[in-house]
Design a protein around this ligand. Structure first.
Ligand SMILES: Cc1cc2nc3c(=O)[nH]c(=O)nc-3n(C[C@H](O)[C@H](O)[C@H](O)COP(=O)(O)O)c2cc1C
Length: 168
């Protein structure tokens, strides 16, 4: 089972569609995790997870740890916000810390990154690749990048925006 995590706040947006495409193309069974639907707080820095291998925070990250520990492959999707990987992706990546301390459970596990940007998805892709490879020791086997203002995807954003944009 592959876990495919998409971190855009936008449902059915460019990133979600890209992540699904990549997951389907893998030919494996996958579960899509949509971070915008979950309540996941940033790491508190207490490092209690170093011994327990679990975070002390009781939030929506809790049920994900078991799945992350047993997955056969990983797809992470991130968006370029202001030249960097978006914050939801960063928060999620920080919270993988419990699975790294005593033994890096992700060592050599295949991972792919999916990055979207209006013009420049590269920075988000680079951030994810470095994080997964250098911190958690995934084997990053591929990446898919998409510059979303290439028609026809970008107009679709504006069509949708009438429905949901600018509401609290
Ligand atoms: C706050 C914000 C900052 C952004 N900054 C950049 C940027 O610096 N470079 C870029 O190429 N795209 C930037 N974008 C555009 C998004 O990366 C792009 O629209 C992407 O397709 C969004 O994917 P989504 O449809 O999954 O949300 C920004 C978008 C937002 C909302």
């Amino acid at each position: 089972m592959i876990l495919a995590v998409h971190s855009s706040p936008i449902q059915d947006g460019n990133l979600e569609r890209m992540v699904k495409r990549v997951a389907l193309a893998s030919g494996h069974r996958f579960e899509l995790i949509e971070l915008h639907e979950l309540g996941i707080s940033p790491c508190r820095g207490c490092v209690c997870c170093a011994t327990s291998k679990r975070c002390v925070q009781e939030d929506d990250m809790e049920p994900l740890y078991d799945k992350l520990e047993t997955m056969d492959g990983f797809i992470l999707g991130g968006v370029n916000y202001n030249g960097r990987l978006n914050s939801l992706a960063h928060i999620f990546l920080e919270r993988l810390f419990p699975l790294y301390h005593q033994e890096p459970v992700f060592r050599d596990l295949p991972a792919a990154v999916v990055a979207v940007g209006g013009k420049d998805p590269d920075r988000a892709a680079g951030d994810m690749i470095e994080y997964l490879r250098d911190i958690y020791f995934f084997q990053v086997v591929g990446s898919a990048l998409y510059a979303s203002d290439t028609p026809p995807a970008f107009p679709a954003v504006w069509e949708r925006s009438a429905r949901w944009a600018c509401r609290p």
